[in-house]
Design a binder for this molecule. Structure first.
Ligand code: ADP
Length: 492
């Protein structure tokens, strides 16, 4: 059994306290390694290293920073399979999805590498003669990246690569359930030539590790992805020292199926969005809003397909749905089945822990479908983060849109229809960060802004050009070459 270390200031280091925590495979229960349980002293060392590296890294020309990211992209491509396998072992999702997770990171490396030769600012005319003005992007400083376990490589890259290209330095605290994937990613960053101390990784749980990091006075930006409850806490605490905070949190994403929809296509999109990654995606579909006219036809096609999904170890290419991440989350998912039944929804399929054969060693849950769900029920309002889908019947597009918008989240929505008027109305009226027409709720591409409305976030976006805004300060430089004092806005 391996005991892993933090990577701080270019050196592998154990925690100063000597405490560790275990990392398990959720499909088999196998122990994958021990990781440092970091506290004040370790976080402080990581922030000091990041601060020292910032003084040099911000002065490296952005195109050179970009060349390192290109090499990261090449190395991730070369190691894609190995990274994907590590990830599947560590958090359970099937190999085709963990390969996709790594690919998102590769895409981000090339995209942000290219930003090294852009990082566009702008110039506009100024109101006085012999004077110029330009707006440029500066790095902010030290960025704390706090990441969840469901996209163990993609999400750290979504935060780190824009932060790096802009000239910031980083302390990464990955989720306690997926330390190994993040560690492998950081190894590749250094193999690509990243200077010492530019990225530091500290392992540990939310408390004490994350908690110490968000309070550290030298941290300037916190980029967080995780639960709404924790995100709110992070924002409140960070506000006390006016840190910049970018939050990506929950979703209660809906697929709307209209009476003219291609039902076979809708079934494919619903299956992939609701049960892919075992429903543990912030963009997972957890509500289907289906028109009464096609409800029975949709269920007839959908239910057998759900029942045919094969549960198992994600390393087996035959598996469709892997385990739930841990025992606590498994219990939470099952508790929502009880809630749904008590609320009067009809349990159509699933709704139980799966324990036959080798499944007994892991945290498996039967893909679950409820029908006759009312929009106000808890199973239709709260994020379950598991393979549980609620079917709600609607009679019109207006009703579907109102129900779609009627939760505290607003990340991703989808509509299946062949009618251009429905498409246009949904585009106008659905209050969401992402809307898919004739596709499921998942599958965002990295060149577009990613994030949501309402309780999904706090107004920021990751990825695309918008992703740079979190990690840069605008600086405006006026140059007056008139040789005399010129006063803006003052009548002379
Ligand atoms: P989940 O329930 O999906 O695990 P969390 O929001 O608890 O989501 O965790 C997301 C990330 O936030 C993880 O890296 C976790 O360790 C971290 N975290 C949890 N609690 C805190 C906290 N109080 N302060 C800072 N980070 C935290």
């Amino acid at each position: 059994m391996t005991t892993f270390q933090n990577f701080i200031g270019g050196k592998w280091q154990s925690t100063q306290s000597g405490h560790t925590f275990p990392n398990y495979n959720p499909a088999t229960g196998e122990l994958l390694g021990e990781f440092p349980l970091s506290d004040h002293a370790d976080i402080d060392a990581a922030v000091v290293a990041a601060r020292a590296a910032f003084a040099r890294w911000r002065l490296v020309p952005a195109p050179k920073r970009g060349e390192i990211l290109y090499r990261v992209g090449e190395l991730m491509t070369r190691h894609k399979e190995e990274l994907a396998r590590t990830m599947t072992q560590e958090m359970g999702k099937v190999l085709k999805e963990t390969r996709g997770d790594v690919q998102e990171g590769i895409d981000m490396a090339y995209y942000m590498g290219g930003e090294g030769r852009r990082l566009f600012g702008y110039t506009v005319p100024v109101e006085l003669p012999n004077k110029t003005g330009m707006a440029m992007r500066d790095p902010v400083g030290i960025v704390a990246c706090i990441t969840p376990w469901n996209f163990p490589i993609a999400i750290p890259t979504w935060k780190m690569f824009p932060a790096l290209i802009a000239g910031n330095t980083i302390v990464l605290k990955p989720a306690e359930d997926t330390p190994l994937s993040a560690l492998r990613l950081v190894e590749l960053l250094y193999e690509a030539g990243l200077p010492e101390g530019v990225v530091n990784i500290v392992f540990g749980p939310g408390r004490p590790t994350g908690e110490v990091l968000i309070h550290h006075p030298e941290v300037n930006v916190i980029s967080f992805t995780g639960s709404t409850e924790t995100g709110r806490h992070v924002a409140v605490e960070a506000a006390k020292s006016l840190k910049r905070v970018s939050l990506e949190m929950g979703g209660k994403n809906a697929v709307m199926v209209m009476d003219d929809a291609d039902l076979d296509l809708a079934v494919e999109g619903i299956l992939w969005s609701a049960y892919g990654t075992t429903g543990q995606r912030c963009t997972a579909c957890s509500r289907v809003l289906v028109h009464r006219a096609v409800r029975e036809a949709l269920l007839e096609k959908l239910v057998p397909r759900i029942e045919a999904l094969r549960l198992g170890n994600g390393l087996d290419e035959q598996t469709d749905v892997g385990p739930i991440i841990n025992a606590k989350q498994l219990a939470k998912v099952h508790s929502y089945t009880e809630v749904g039944k008590a609320e009067g929804a009809t349990l159509v399929t699933g709704g139980a822990v799966a324990q036959d054969g080798p499944l007994a060693k892991g945290y498996f849950y039967r893909p679950t479908l409820f029908s006759n769900v009312q929009p106000s029920m808890r199973i239709a309002q709260e994020e379950i983060f598991g393979p549980t889908l609620s079917v709600i019947t609607i009679d019109s597009l207006d009703e579907a849109i109102a129900i779609n918008n009627g939760t505290k989240y607003g990340l991703s929505s989808a509509i299946y229809t062949q009618n251009i008027n429905n498409v246009q109305c949904a585009t106008r009226d659905v209050t969401t960060g992402i809307l898919y027409i004739n596709s499921g709720t998942t599958g965002a591409e990295i060149q577009f802004p990613f994030g949501g409305t309402r309780g999904t976030g706090n107004g920021h976006r990751e990825a695309g050009l918008a992703g740079l805004d979190v990690f840069t300060e605008w600086k405006v430089v006026y140059t007056d070459y008139s040789g005399k004092l010129q006063k803006a806005q003052i009548d002379e």
